[in-house]
Structure formats: C-alpha cells, structure tokens
Design a protein around this ligand. Structure first.
Ligand SMILES: Cc1ncc(COP(=O)(O)O)c(C=O)c1O
Length: 425
C-alpha cells in the first residue's frame, strides 16, 4: 500500500504497514470464516435475496423523513439509546401481540441494525466459545457466519419439504445432552425458509416448542420473510405457540420495505431484552430512521405496499415456476413455496450444482449453489433461485438460460467441480 500523504503532508517517519503484517494481527476467526455474500455483477441476478428495486417506496419514506425531522430535529438527530425509539418498539409490540395473542409491550422489543445484527446481538449475549447452536440443514449462511464468528459449535439438523425434522432434532439434542455439551440455542426460520422456502407446519411448531423446553434450549425464530405471504397467513409463530417462553423472535423491515433501512428487532422477555441491550456497543441504531419508519407505518402506506408486493411476488413465483417446468424440468424438481423470495431446486441425481452455477454464470445468470447453506456438508445437488428481484420477462429469459446451462452440464456428465460460488443473501 502506498502512503496516504498528500502534497502538503510530509511522510511521517513510520514504516508502511504491509498487507502481510495486518494479516498476522487478525483475530484467527477472520481467517476461518467463509466469505460473506457478494452481489453479482451478472446481467441476471437470481442470487441476491432482495426486494424488487422498482417499487421501493422512496417517495413515502422521503415524506416521512421530512415530517419527523421538522417535528423533532433534536430527537431525530441525537443519540437515541441502545434499545431504540420507544414508540416504534410499541408499534412492533402491538403487532406482535395481535399475531401471538400474548401481552407484549415496548419492553419486549429491542431495535437492531437489521435482523442480521439481531442474530449477532443474540449470539454475543448467549454464545460462549464452544457452545452448541443447532441450525437447519440447509439454513441462512449469514447466521452460520455469525454463530461461528462468536465461537459456536454448529450442529446441523436435516430439513424435508416441511422444514426442520423433529425426530433428528430430538436425537441431536439428546446426543448433545449425553455428551455433556447440551445445545444452548436452536436457530430456525419457520416461515418461508431461506433457502428451502419451507414453512414449518403447526404440529412441528408445537413439537419443536416441547422439545426445546424439555432440553432448556432457547429458540431463535428468524422471521425475516414473514409478511411476504403468498398463500395467506402462515401458521402461528413458534413464539406464540410457546407462550413466548424460551423464545427470541427476530423481525426486519428489510423484505417488506427496503434492505437499506437496516431496521430490525428482537421480541423476547424483558429480562432477555435487557441483556441484549447490555451487549450493544454501538450506541443503538438510527433514531432518525426509527422515527421515519414509524411515520411511514402510521401513514397506512405500508399496508398498501405489502399488499402490492404480495401480488407482485406471487406473479413472479408462479411465472418462475412455470418457466422452470418448461425449460428445466428434466433436470430438476422443486416445490412451490407459500411465501418469501426463493425456489429451492433439487437437481437430478449426478448433476453438480457448482458446475451448473458456473455454466449459468457463463450465460449471464447468477444462481446460488446449495452447499453454501449447509453447516456440515450437503447441498451438492441443490440450487437456490431468487424470484423476487426481477420482472417476469427477465425471469423467463434467465430461466431459459439456466435450462441451457443444465443441458450442457448434463451432456458433459455433470462432473463435480472443486471451487464454488459465494453464498446468497
Ligand atoms: C433468514 C434471514 N435472516 C436474516 C437476514 C438479514 O436481513 P436484514 O439484516 O436485512 O434484516 C436475511 C437476509 O437475507 C435472511 O434471509
């Protein structure tokens, strides 16, 4: 690296720092983690799990920002405390109370920088190096990175079409208990899982709550996609099913408003919330954005926006499904998700997902190979395809190109590749 010094600054008598020196000083975990999601630069991005760009409600958000700045510039532009803006917490608590039938108020909520930070805040508070965290196989790679970064030992429990399987979960927890290292947390995406699209049926939610309670393991229910309901409301939340006991429920406005807001939250007992707030070292998230989001929610624009998004994503999900059947069917199967952003594809036996992703990339299409979603191996025959971000015509073009990539890999014998792509968001 060359010196930072400009023409008016004399170079200080300090030797420059080399990349190797910086590398030597890194905490070991920095070298051990798999890399984070990289946004694709390919013409068809079916990789990043993000909302439609064209319909981001920027006008309504700009108007809401102006209103809150005019009403209370001092409040909006100074430190607001680590737990976050109380009226927005109260709004979220009222919604959660409606959904769960539980008595919840602002003390049950802490606001975070998106749900990614909520996962980290929970991990920072509950996970000591070596602690066992149970995750789905597959699951959200951001959670895998976060728990690993905090020193967790991950135990993966398989999913089927209905999400996390209960018998293997119970067996894993028994094994952990018998080994003297009982699981501390169970991380689960009950609605519209990333990446599998599965939704846990009510019976499994009840069973999961029972199993977790028996083992005194906390459940982290990541609800990032709740609201993107394409077949009506999902079953009652795990949090509600368990009466809130031993539960931390994570939410976000990333998927129903905009990822750029970085406004998420945790719902939990006030005793747990206090500890989460205690483990914040960033002076809280933005008071301006909290006020802006609340003003936007109270204007009624959000209800209309989410209703529009459901129609938009349902159309895209169905168009993508039809194109997959038409263009790719001999090579894969999938099950339509009831909500969220993803089709989770199972490739025909012998077809390697990394080879297919690479052949698709050569045609300008980014899709995510399945292995990025597994803590302990697997996913060699899966791809995740995002249908939320592109209009129908572009989705159809992309899926036709994916079909050609599949045909090419199949005709080459679908040979196994050694290097992979990056995990999708
Ligand atoms: C399951 C899940 N949880 C959390 C996140 C993080 O979202 P954000 O931090 O934008 O709320 C994502 C993003 O893709 C996700 O898929």
């Amino acid at each position: 690296m060359r010196s930072y010094a400009g023409p008016h600054v004399s170079t200080p008598p300090v030797p420059e720092w080399s990349a190797a020196e910086i590398e030597r000083l890194l905490a070991p975990v920095v070298r051990e983690l798999m890399p984070p999601t990289a946004l694709s630069t390919l013409p068809y991005d079916l990789n990043a799990g993000v909302p439609d760009r064209e319909t981001l409600p920027w006008r309504e958000l700009a108007a809401a920002a102006t209103r809150v700045l005019e009403a209370d510039p001092g409040g909006a532009l100074t430190y607001g405390g680590a737990q976050g803006y109380e009226p927005l917490r109260a709004w979220i608590a009222a919604r959660q109370a409606q959904e769960t039938g539980l008595a919840l108020d602002a003390a049950h909520i802490t606001l975070t920088s998106g749900s990614a930070h909520a996962i980290d805040n929970i991990a920072a508070t509950f996970v000591a190096p070596g602690d066992v965290v149970v995750v789905g196989a597959p699951t959200y790679p951001g959670a895998l990175r976060t728990f690993r970064a905090r020193g967790a030992r991950l135990v993966a429990v398989p999913q089927d079409d209905d999400g996390l399987q209960m018998a293997p979960l119970a067996a894993a927890l028994e094994r952990q208990r018998a080994s003297g290292a009982p699981a501390k947390l169970i991380y689960v995406i009950a609605n519209y899982d990333n990446p599998s699209g599965s939704t846990l049926p009510l019976r499994r939610r009840e069973e999961l709550a029972r199993i977790a309670a028996r083992h005194r393991a906390l459940v982290v229910e990541d609800d990032a996609y709740t609201g993107i309901d394409l077949e009506g409301p999902p079953p009652p939340s795990l949090f509600g099913v368990a009466g809130g006991q031993g539960m931390l429920r994570i939410g976000t406005f990333s998927k129903t408003i905009a990822t750029g807001l970085r406004v998420g939250w945790v719902v939990a007992s006030p005793a747990m919330i206090e500890r989460l707030v205690y483990m914040r070292f960033d002076n809280g998230s933005s008071p301006l954005l909290h006020r802006m989001v609340l003003a936007y929610l109270q204007s009624g624009a959000h209800e209309r926006h989410v209703a529009m998004l459901r129609d938009l994503y349902r159309e895209r999900r169905d168009a993508a499904a039809a194109a997959l059947v038409e263009q790719c069917e001999p090579y894969l199967t999938f099950r339509k998700p009831a909500g969220g952003f993803f089709h989770w594809l199972r490739l025909r036996d012998g077809l390697d997902a990394v080879a297919v992703a690479r052949a698709a990339a050569q045609r300008g299409v980014a899709v995510t190979p399945g292995r990025n979603y597994f803590a302990a191996g697997g996913g060699e025959g899966n791809l995740r395809l995002v249908y939320s971000a592109l209009p129908v015509a572009r989705l159809q073009e992309a899926i036709a190109l994916l079909g050609a990539a599949l045909a090419e890999v199949a005709s080459d014998g679908g040979e196994r590749a050694v290097d992979g792509g990056t995990g999708g968001a």
